[in-house]
Write a new protein. Sequence first.
Length: 158
Amino acid sequence: MATSGKDLSAFNPDALPDGAGYRIGLVVSQWNDEITGALARGAQETLLDLGVPENQILRWDVPGSFELPFGCKRMIERERPDAVIAIGSVIRGETAHFDFVCQGTAQGIMDLNLQHDVPVIFCVLTDDTWDQARARSGGRHGNKGVEAAVAALQMAAL
């Protein structure tokens, strides 16, 4: 497992740019909101800790992870942020729906990164179980939202 032995919340703030000059967007899936809410809180708290002013952190909610690419595209067009974090959670079920949602979401976010000058950070958990999702959204493996906030600042500074 890629996360085994890694704390998603660990980072060196001294190695990161000061967030004071940045405007960062969060586009958050409402589906599996226990998980996505925890990821969004982790991202927002990290951005604040790194100096991004609260009024420069934008949040838009979308129905599910499949809608994240469109929500991110609209936020880029309308709000002109320095980076956007796409936050979602897809948990495997009994059908192939999981595979289609994960593939479409990942491809859509990748396409945005190639089509726009605003980095879109992939903060979508694609877990087999609720326990795995909880472990990566503030549990024993830390919080992927923290890692995504760090990546957003690093990419905005490029």
